[in-house]
Design a binder for this molecule. Structure first.
Ligand code: NAD
Length: 454
């Protein structure tokens, strides 16, 4: 571990990564590796999740490839020194900002989208000129080992190296001297990472989770709402950090919405053999999720099968705020539906939870939309849509408060692995005497005029 980190640091100091064409080369290497090995990568995800090649492409590889494309398209502009104006007090200087890579970075991935949560931050780190150690989640073991094999064969370990492992290895990595730590995972482990980083004052980005509400107002287009929301919820069997965690619907619309939602679930015909359904990651999560099932509240679904780690798409109704499904992030195919009578109630109740990673508002009324956007704090989200905001690289992606610190994708990804070094650059042909001692009343008068302050 230490040997690899030291080798990366030495390589970083060689200045090779400062060259933009070097970075583009490495991004091309990653893009080619993902393309050439799509079958092997799909096999890994099938073994870990019974997830299809279609979904692997849609939710994993395409996201990473899009980030690579976006970075390559803009990397020259993003890496360029930026001129800024200089205030009169500093005449005759020039001022500029130099985007500088941070150095050797640690990326820790989550299990639910193992390629995306591991490799999208790596793309940003490489684009910004850093070297990277990646520690993928150990839970999907096939995807972790295929990433390690392919990447460690294709890349110079001084630039990009995968180190596999679980808690012990991650703990050991967190004790090393990185220049940046980028973590995706739970809020609980996020705190461990944050503490370890604080000891060494290492900058961190934390991409965490939380309970993301979907609010359906009185005037929502219910058919379209159901179509988009059901897809977003049951994608990856609900094991999506930005999946709608629970529905809050105006009580006058509940029955009509449920009819549309059931139709969507039936139309989708979710099943492993239809290539559109995904296994629960492990028995521990299967047991946790089945513990939230509640036959007396099940509106549709509720079936499960431990041998296959299968839980049917399930909607629960007549749910109160203290139901077990409302006690933690669900992270599985269970959707509790709660009702409200007015928007004040929505705002009060959503604020009782830590700030969510995402929030979705379904409404045709711009006053309702703007009120929710103004009064509720959350990482990011969508209006009359769910989940898809992550696919726009122009939208920074990240949480706020307990759902995360910092954001990435596109330019914001470049920014999170970059230090912007501010420089004042002065010629030597003149120096105004005003700031030098001995001080005098006249100098103070001039100083006041110069600064034009009150
Ligand atoms: P997790 O926190 O259990 O694991 C994440 C990583 O931390 C793994 O690589 C794991 O090996 C490591 N780890 C686990 N325990 C550790 C410990 N004690 N010390 C040091 N490292 C440790 O998270 P997870 O189960 O992989 O992911 C689920 C959570 O991640 C959910 O809350 C979800 O919302 C969140 N998530 C967030 C995003 C996002 O982009 N914001 C994306 C995916 C998942």
């Amino acid at each position: 571990m230490k040997k690899h980190i030291d080798a990366q640091k030495t390589f970083f100091f060689s200045q090779a990564t400062k060259d933009v064409s070097f970075r583009i080369n490495e991004l091309n290497r990653l893009a080619k590796l993902l393309k050439d090995n799509e079958a092997a990568l799909s096999k890994g995800i099938l073994d870990d999740f019974k997830k299809s090649a279609f979904e692997n492409y849609l939710t994993e590889l395409a996201v990473v490839q899009q980030d690579i494309k976006e970075a390559k398209r803009n990397i020259h502009r993003w890496s360029r020194r930026q001129k800024v104006s200089t205030n009169i007090a500093n005449f005759p200087a020039k001022s500029y900002i130099i985007p500088e890579p941070l150095g050797t970075c640690l990326v820790i991935g989550a299990w639910n989208y193992p390629y995306q949560t591991s490799l999208a931050p790596v793309v940003a780190a490489i684009a910004a000129g850093n070297t990277v150690i990646l520690k993928p989640s150990e839970l999907p073991s096939a995807t972790s080992s295929i990433m390690a094999k392919l990447i460690n064969e294709a890349f110079d370990p001084r630039i990009f190296k995968v180190i596999e492992g679980s808690v012990d290895e991650t703990t050991a990595l967190l004790n090393q001297d990185f220049d940046k730590i980028f973590f995706t995972g739970s809020t609980t482990v996020g705190k461990i990472v944050y503490k370890a980083a604080a000891e060494k004052l290492i900058p961190v980005t934390l991409e965490l989770g939380g309970k993301s509400p979907a609010i359906i107002a009185e005037d929502a287009n219910l058919k379209m709402t159901a179509k988009r929301l059901i897809w977003a919820k049951f994608l990856n069997s609900g094991q999506t950090c930005i999946a709608p965690d629970y529905v809050l619907i105006h009580k006058s619309q509940e029955q009509e919405f449920l009819k549309h939602a059931i139709a969507e679930i039936e139309n989708a015909a979710y099943a492993f053999e239809n290539d559109n359904y995904v296994q629960i990651i492990n028995e521990r999560n299967f047991d946790r999720l089945t513990g939230m099932l509640d036959a007396s509240k099940t509106h549709i679904g509720g079936d499960s099968n431990k041998a296959d780690r299968y839980i049917a798409p399930t909607m629960l109704t007549n749910i109160s705020w203290d139901h077990p499904s409302m006690k933690e992030e669900i992270f599985g195919p269970i959707l509790p539906v709660l009702t409200f009578s007015d928007l004040d109630e929505v705002i009060t109740n959503v604020r009782k939870f830590p700030k969510p990673l995402s929030l979705y508002i379904f409404t045709s009324n711009s006053t309702t939309k703007n009120r929710m956007l103004k009064e509720l704090s959350f990482g990011g989200g969508a209006v009359n849509e769910a989940v898809m905001h992550i696919s726009n690289p122009h939208l920074p992606f990240g949480g706020v408060g307990a759902s995360g610190i910092g954001s990435y994708h596109g330019k914001s990804g470049f920014d999170c692995f970059t230090h912007y070094k501010s420089i004042m650059d002065k010629p030597t042909w003149i120096e105004l005497p005003i700031k030098f001692s001995p001080y005098s009343k006249t100098k103070l008068t001039w100083l006041r005029r110069l600064f034009k302050l009150q």
